[in-house]
Design a protein around this ligand. Sequence first.
Ligand code: HEM
Length: 222
Amino acid sequence: MIAALFGLPDEQREEIIALTYSLANTSVTAAEVRRTRQRLSEFFRRLIAFKRGQLGDDLASALIVARDNGELVSDTELIDMLFMVLSAGFVTTTGVIGNGVLALVTHPQQLHLVRSGQVPWSQAIEEILRWGSSVANLPFRYATEDVEIDGCTVRRGDAVLMAFHAANRDEKAFGPGADRFDVTRRHNPHLSFGKGPHVCLGAALARLLEQILFNPGHTRQP
Ligand code: HEM
């Protein structure tokens, strides 16, 4: 889906998938990470050169045009933006697919509630996103000012790890059954797409994709 949105040629898909997963792998050496970063940069330089020759109605072309119009300030920003949207667009959604399938097959009664129509798929998907989100933690956030949270002061400049998965199991927000996979949950203010100015850009697309995947006949469902 994301490759089609990007207008990425079929033969380049495997390479970018492998590079992205390699970058997310926490058991590789620092030297391997540097090599992967280098290869990613080369990949995108090649992609940009290729797309420039045949701009189309796709996201990669739109970002290249934005760079040419000066809306993106440098080639580095263009490459980072291409990588950000491309990688954020498939590692996350595929993770939720796996976690969702696992949640449903290990909770047959919950699966029955959705398959029998007693619970709408849209509601079950929100619960899959809450209980089995693919972005458990997000590093590299820094406080821009001193913040007091629950008696703890986060100082300006401190690094913050956003623990979305923990927030999604918070009993204060989801009640005593917060740890349970429960598709009947109607009030579901999960943080799987983050919150605030950097809330996930692709949340609507991701929800649509999960609907189509888990329930291909979703358009017939109210
Ligand atoms: C189920 C699938 C997805 C999940 C769980 C997910 C989750 C997230 C999370 C937790 C963030 C960080 C929000 C924050 O910093 O507070 C984020 C940001 C982002 N996501 Fe997603 N995402 C998904 C799908 C997608 C898709 C399909 C796309 C692209 C088409 C996408 C593009 C982005 C981008 C570009 C950002 C950065 C936004 C910014 O920093 O302003 N995501 N996503």
